[in-house]
Design a protein around this ligand. Structure first.
Ligand code: GMT
Length: 376
């Protein structure tokens, strides 16, 4: 098939899922066309059957806000018409599903055989999408899609609750490349960061408020108070970076915390991790947790959203009530102090990650594309 994939070019989340899906489908022989406003972060190697089309956004003095949605729709229409796209798959509803609907309207009968598939990821439903400024458009665009998927059961429920959706939503969970995300020997890196054999606690995110990065630091500080020698590695960057640095200073633990910034090879950092913290206020799936688990790292997360579908309490780590710093710290201490428990949870985490193995889930998308085509 010729498949168009539209996404944000982000380092994590929906951008990663969309790009890894494109790579997986390309490996199965499909011709992939990726559309975004910048090269997706994970599209880092050349593959002959993946083309990248950057959205041309020409501006004009009149436009205080250049109309990206229209430029995107225009380019989607070109893609369908000239690259003979069989399936158009958009990741993140806003504005991708809306632009795709417009592209199909522009082409009329010429695009009638091309299913528009929308994958809902999270904030497009739970935070941004539910905002009254966008809600009606999101409602409409989801209902106009020929197929709709959500990355967790939680997100499916939430979408039906928050929107007036008549479509059947298929749950196709996120996935992981088990060969790339596996614990590997990075002793040189570990020695450089932890010269005295300290334990390594890791957090990876885009440092948005919803990720609760200052809370990660508070949890870590309480772990330190329990006579555990440890370092906290923070991977990523974003709006809460300053607040996080301030929290380190307030708690006087800056020497124990390293801000590593955005990293392309997250699996290298995860390879030296003993514990992963993800205390988010909202998380429809928690791809970062799955990446950690795939590298055999136990996870402590908040008990919200889709996280309980990924992190299993008492098996792959622990889940605590939202903002319960004490609970997260206590479980952190338990895991880091008890060697046997740590070993068992590390093994369980990898086993749980195997349930989300990439090729299984890529095949689910393939089947879903076929079924959507048949229904047109
Ligand atoms: O987490 C983010 O801020 C990024 C966001 C996105 O849309 O890219 O991530 C969402 O989609 C990911 C991939 O499906 C999920 O793993 C994340 O849980 C979800 N984030 C939230 O729900 C906050």
């Amino acid at each position: 098939m010729n498949i168009g994939i539209v996404c944000y070019p982000t380092f994590g989340g929906s951008g990663v899922v969309a790009t890894e899906l494109a790579k997986g489908l390309a490996q199965k022989g499909h011709n992939m066309h990726m559309l975004s406003y910048a090269r997706p972060a994970r599209l880092d190697t050349f593959q002959s059957n993946i083309s990248y089309h950057e959205v041309n956004l020409n501006t004009y003095p009149l436009f205080e806000y250049p109309p990206y949605d229209l430029a995107l729709a225009n380019q989607m229409a070109n893609l369908i018409e000239y690259e003979k796209i069989d399936v158009l798959h958009v990741h993140y509803a806003i504005p991708h599903a809306t632009s795709a609907y417009l592209a199909k309207q522009i082409l009329g009968q010429k695009a009638a055989h091309v299913p528009l598939i929308t994958t809902l990821h999270g904030t497009d439903i739970t935070i941004v999408g539910s905002d009254p400024s966008y809600k009606s458009v999101v409602d409409f665009s989801i209902n106009q899609s020929d197929g709709v998927t959500a990355v967790s059961e939680y997100l499916k429920r939430e979408t039906y609750e928050r929107f007036d959706i008549q479509k059947e939503i298929e749950v196709i969970p996120n996935f992981i490349d088990l060969k790339r995300f596996k614990k590997s020997n990075k002793n040189h890196f570990k020695r450089a960061i932890c010269p005295n054999g300290e334990k390594v606690v890791v957090h990876v995110s885009n440092f948005r408020e919803v990720k609760r990065v200052p809370e990660v630091i508070s949890v870590f500080e309480q772990i330190l108070r329990n006579d555990i020698e440890a370092k906290l590695l923070l991977v990523g960057d974003g709006p809460d970076r300053q607040r996080a640095e301030k929290r380190c200073r307030e708690l006087k633990i800056c020497d124990h915390v390293r801000f590593l910034g955005k990293q392309d090879q997250v699996e290298e950092v995860l390879s030296i991790a003993d514990l992963f913290l993800i205390p988010s206020g909202s998380e429809t799936f928690g791809l970062a947790a799955l990446e950690a688990m795939s590298c055999s790292v136990p996870v402590i997360s908040s008990n919200i959203g889709g996280l309980p579908e990924v992190n299993i309490h008492g098996e792959t780590g622990y889940l605590c009530d939202l903002d319960d710093i004490k609970c997260m710290a206590n479980y952190g201490v338990e895991i880091l102090k008890n060697k046997d428990l740590h070993k068992q949870m590390s093994q369980n985490a990898r086993k749980q990650a195997e349930r989300f193995e990439m090729s299984k889930i890529v095949s689910k998308y393939e089947q879903y594309y076929e079924s959507c085509k048949e229904q047109l």
